[in-house]
Ligand binder design. Structure first.
Ligand code: GLU
Length: 279
């Protein structure tokens, strides 16, 4: 059975780009007699707000997008992410990183030749080679740290990482281009990459529909699936909705929210059409 999901972060109101994603996931499930799930990605406690979660539920209901079963709120599942990190730790694939952003920036500037990955300059590996005693001392003294994946070691443990995208066809993941990604923090035992991979498997998602801005991130997700021995879903990374000038209709560029479109008198059918789904 096809299981899809819409997984917004409650850091603002939904806009047309979100509507497109939600409507696509909903359509892909319903045209195949499957299930469409809703997940609130609220692990980032500094940016997520409950009123935005309420807004998401309200906007989807108004738009006519109904979901199956309970809504999954990531913030209520920290124990599962912690368990995932513990598994990687037991495989000796994680290391504590004590670097601040400023230290990483300074180290990159000093080295002169910083390779770039899809998320920016690669972590220069400063903390990768700390000896176990130093690590233990710094952790015991309460120094704040993140948990990074030792990418080279992790990649060496798994075979070729193929996956299929309904739009882009057969792909091969190359997670090494991300370098040693952060998978957990002292305060938050999860990261987007970790939580999304575990949740898609835990929720039995078989087709991940999301914007093509996350196409590269799938390389990291494929690696984590292989390390955790999870099934590989299919993907459909859709084009991003743009305005007449080709600008992306994302909230950061001041595009109208679904709430503002509704308040200005647009009907749900009109907004669905603006998001690329005519009835
Ligand atoms: N929470 C992510 C976002 O709102 C989407 C995650 C995903 O679909 O994988 O951008």
């Amino acid at each position: 059975m096809i299981v899809t999901r819409f997984a917004p972060s409650p850091t603002g109101r939904l806009h047309l780009g979100h509507a497109h994603s939600a409507l696509l996931g909903h359509r892909r499930a319903h045209e195949a007699g499957g299930r469409f799930l809703l997940r609130i990605e609220d692990i980032d406690r500094t940016r997520s707000r409950p009123e935005f979660t309420d807004g998401i539920l309200e906007d989807l209901a108004w738009l006519g997008v109904d979901w199956d079963g309970e809504v999954r709120h990531q913030s209520r599942h920290m124990a599962e992410y912690r368990q995932g990190l513990a598994r990687l730790e037991a495989m000796e694939l994680l290391y504590p990183c004590f670097c601040t952003r400023a230290q990483i920036k300074a180290e990159i500037e000093r080295s002169g030749a910083a390779p770039h990955g899809p998320e920016g300059p690669l972590y220069p590996g400063t903390c990768r080679s700390l000896d176990p005693a130093t690590r233990a001392d710094r952790i015991a003294s309460g120094e704040s740290h993140a948990l990074r994946l030792d990418m080279a070691k992790a990649r060496a443990r798994v075979d070729a990482l193929g996956w299929t995208d309904r739009r882009f066809g057969k792909r091969m993941a190359e997670p090494a281009r991300f370098g040693d990604v952060v998978l957990g923090r002292k305060e938050t035992p999860a990261s987007y990459h970790l939580a999304v991979t575990l949740d898609d498997a835990l929720q039995g998602v078989t087709l991940v529909t999301r914007g093509e801005d996350l196409l590269a991130a799938t390389d990291v997700h494929r690696l984590l699936q292989a390390l955790f021995e999870l099934p590989t879903p299919d993907y459909e990374h859709h084009a991003l909705i743009v305005d007449a000038e080709g600008r992306r209709l994302a909230k950061r560029e001041g595009a109208p929210t679904l709430a503002s479109l509704r308040d200005s008198g647009r009907s749900p059918a009109e907004v669905r059409a603006m998001a690329g789904f005519s009835d």
